[in-house]
Design a protein around this ligand. Structure first.
Ligand code: SAM
Length: 199
């Protein structure tokens, strides 16, 4: 079994599960800046559990994750993440509210012939514009956020950063790019969203 180490966390990888890459590291670092002890954190689409594991290894927090890919859900479990195998928020109790909700979604624009076979497709396939999962995420996320809670979303220049921020605004969120990294063919950014008027 292959295991990677980062910021006090050790994470097992597995077949058919997204291997942590530049996006995962950028999001983990940005989240670590904002997550404080005693917060309750939700990660959607945890994959191996990498981002959650980094947070848990460095902060004393409550953390729950969800994941649609059953191979990823069992990998995250093996990395001691409390993960629910479900589609986005579906398996969560509706009265469960969090200080921070984190999502590194499948964000690449993907045509029918670019889809890959098997569960790993869920890690990459952002639909025709890369925002297929961002739309339902932004539509439902407020119900799971504490009044002053924040959202951290990782996206790429290929997803359309301006369009993602517009989608956030449409659902009542202020947005701010808090981290970015230029990679070979794209720029990755972490966008922080806060409900407008939550001060
Ligand atoms: C880009 S990968 C990120 C994985 C991990 N969070 C990381 O940063 O390394 C996106 C993850 O979201 C999961 N996912 C995609 N759609 C989902 C959905 N509707 N509900 C829950 N998880 C989903 C995928 O299976 C995949 O593990």
């Amino acid at each position: 079994m292959i295991t990677i180490s980062y910021r006090n966390a050790k994470v097992n990888l597995a077949e058919q599960v997204y291997e942590p890459a530049e996006d995962s590291y950028l999001l983990a670092d940005a989240a670590l800046e904002l997550v404080k002890d005693d917060m309750n954190v939700l990660e959607i689409g945890t994959g191996t559990g990498f981002v959650s594991a980094v947070l848990k290894a460095n902060r004393n927090i409550g953390l729950v994750a969800t994941e649609i890919n059953p191979c990823a859900a069992s990998c995250a479990k093996s990395n001691s993440i409390d993960v629910i195998r479900t589609d986005m928020f579906t398996g969560l109790k509706s009265n469960h509210q969090f200080d921070i909700i984190i999502f590194n979604p499948p964000y690449l624009p993907t045509s029918e012939d670019e889809k890959i076979p098997g569960w790993l497709n869920y890690a990459f396939d952002g639909g025709f514009d890369g925002r297929k999962d961002i739309r339902p995420f932004m539509e439902h996320v407020s119900a799971y956020l504490k009044p002053k809670g924040i959202v951290l979303l990782l996206v790429s220049s290929l997803t359309g950063i301006k369009e993602v921020r517009k989608e956030m605004e449409l659902h009542g969120f202020n947005s701010q790019v808090i981290a970015s990294k230029k990679c070979s063919f794209e720029k990755l950014v972490v966008i922080k969203g806060k409900v407008i008027n939550s001060t």
